[in-house]
Design a protein around this ligand. Structure first.
Ligand SMILES: Nc1ncnc2c1ncn2[C@@H]1O[C@H](COP(=O)(O)OP(=O)(O)O)[C@@H](O)[C@H]1O
Ligand SMILES: [Mg+2]
Length: 365
C-alpha cells in the first residue's frame, strides 16, 4: 500500500508557468467499432507546464491511452489540436515534428512487449544514441548508456548492460524502458500505466525513480493510471484529471481532488482508496452508487454520462442535459449540475445534498 508523502506544497517553485510546454486543446477522437461509431475521447483540454505532473485517472476504457497517444503524436485527433511549445504539431515542418516526437517519449504498461528480446540492454540504449547522433561512437554511447542506467537506479551497471530482457525482473525491465526513453533527452514523458504491471513492493521505488527525473532534470510528466492510490504518491505536487467514459469530470490540484473531491464519481473513487490505518478507512465517506455498471460507449446515456450511477442525480436535469466542465473554485473544475448549483448558492459542495427545494429549482432551469 502506498503512503502519502509528507511534502504537500500547494504552489511549486519548480514549475515554470510561462507558456505551456504542451497544450491539449479540445481533443476528440472517434473510432469505428463493430457496434457502431464511438467517441473514445470527448472535449479534453489540458495545459502542461515544464516540470508539471498531470495525472489522468479513470477506469479501464475511459480514454486515457487514447489521450496519451494523441499527446505523443501517435494518433491524430478527430477534432481539436495538440500544441507543443506553442506550435500545432500537425502544422509543423517534418524536421520540427521529428524534434517534437523525440521530445515526447511514451513509456508503456508492459515493458516486456516493448523491449526487443534479442537485444541486450546495452544495444537497446546505444542504438538511439548513435542513430540520433547524440553520441559519436560506440565507446561514447556505452559511457552514456552507463550513465542512463545509473540515472534509473540500475546499479551496479555491469549487472545490467549485457543482459537480455528475459534475464531481468518486471521492475528492472521497466527501468530499462525508462532509460531508453531518456536516451533522447525528452522534455515530456507520457507514462501510460507504467507501474501497473510491477509488483506493489517495487512500485514505490520505480515511482521515486520517475520523480527524480522530474525533480532533477525538470522532465514534465503526463502520468496515466487507473489507480488513485498511485496518484496520491506520484502526483501529490501535480494536477489530476479524472476521466469517465471519454470525458473529464473533475480537474484540479491533487491534494484537493483526492482529499476534498467534489464530483460524485471522484468521491466514489477516493472513498475506495485503501488506507494503511484501518480507523481511517472506517471513517471514510461511504458513497453508495446506484449502479456499478460503466456505460458502453456505443450506448451512452443522455444527459450526464454518470447519472445512471449517481446517488445525487436530479431527474429532468441530469438525465437530459450534459453538464459542462466549469471552474467551481479557484483551483477546481467540475462537470456536475448539482455541484455547480450548490456552489452557485454559496453552499459547500462537499455536503452534496439534493433537497426538494434544490431539485425543484434545478428542474426549472
Ligand atoms: N484503435 C481503436 N479502434 C477502435 N476502438 C478503440 C481503439 N483504441 C481505443 N478504442 C476504444 O476506445 C475506448 C477507450 O480506450 P482507451 O483509450 O484504451 O482507454 P483506457 O486507456 O482508459 O483504458 C475503448 O472503448 C476502446 O475499446
Ligand atoms: Mg489504457
Amino acid at each position: 500500500m502506498l503512503q502519502d508523502r509528507t511534502v504537500q506544497p500547494e504552489t511549486d517553485a519548480t514549475i515554470d508557468r510561462g507558456e505551456p510546454i504542451m497544450r491539449l486543446d479540445h481533443l476528440r477522437r472517434d473510432f469505428a467499432s463493430r457496434n457502431g461509431d464511438i467517441t473514445a475521447v470527448d472535449n479534453v483540454s489540458f495545459d502542461l507546464y515544464k516540470g508539471d505532473i498531470l495525472c489522468l485517472v479513470g477506469e479501464s476504457g475511459s480514454g486515457k491511452t487514447t489521450v496519451a497517444r494523441m499527446a505523443a503524436g501517435l494518433l491524430k485527433p478527430t477534432r481539436g489540436k495538440v500544441y507543443f511549445e506553442g506550435k500545432d504539431i500537425y502544422e509543423m515542418s517534418k524536421k520540427e515534428f521529428g524534434e517534437y516526437r523525440r521530445a515526447v517519449q511514451i513509456i508503456h504498461q508492459d515493458p516486456y512487449a516493448s523491449l526487443n528480446p534479442i537485444h541486450t540492454v546495452g544495444d537497446m540504449l546505444r542504438a538511439p544514441l548513435l542513430k540520433h547522433k547524440i553520441c559519436r561512437n560506440r565507446a561514447e554511447a556505452t559511457k552514456r548508456a552507463s550513465e542512463l542506467l545509473e540515472l534509473v537506479d540500475c546499479r551496479p551497471v555491469e549487472n545490467f548492460i549485457d543482459k537480455y530482457p528475459h534475464q531481468l525482473s518486471g521492475g528492472q525491465r521497466q527501468r530499462i524502458s525508462i532509460a531508453r526513453a531518456m536516451t533522447l533527452n525528452p522534455r515530456v514523458i507520457v507514462a501510460d500505466e507504467s507501474v501497473s504491471m510491477v509488483d506493489v513492493s517495487i512500485r514505490v521505488s520505480l515511482l521515486n525513480t520517475m520523480l527524480k527525473l522530474r525533480n532533477e532534470l525538470g522532465v514534465t510528466f503526463l502520468f496515466i493510471t487507473h489507480d488513485l492510490s498511485v496518484v496520491k504518491y506520484f502526483a501529490w505536487e501535480g494536477n489530476i484529471g479524472v476521466m469517465y467514459v471519454g470525458k473529464v469530470v473533475e480537474y484540479g490540484r491533487t491534494p484537493g481532488v483526492i482529499g476534498r473531491s467534489m464530483h460524485p464519481y471522484t468521491r466514489a473513487l477516493a472513498a475506495a482508496i485503501p488506507e494503511a490505518d484501518p480507523d481511517l478507512t472506517r471513517s471514510k465517506e461511504k458513497l453508495q452508487l446506484r449502479s456499478l455498471d460503466i456505460p458502453q460507449l456505443t450506448e451512452l446515456p443522455d444527459g450526464c454520462v454518470f447519472h445512471p450511477r449517481c446517488p445525487y442525480w436530479v431527474q429532468g436535469l441530469c438525465d437530459v442535459k450534459m453538464p459542462p466542465l466549469v471552474r467551481v473554485a479557484e483551483d477546481r473544475e467540475v462537470a456536475c449540475h448539482v455541484v455547480q448549483a450548490i456552489v452557485e448558492r454559496g453552499g459547500n459542495p462537499r455536503d452534496l445534498e439534493v433537497t426538494d427545494q434544490l431539485a425543484n429549482e434545478l428542474m426549472r432551469k
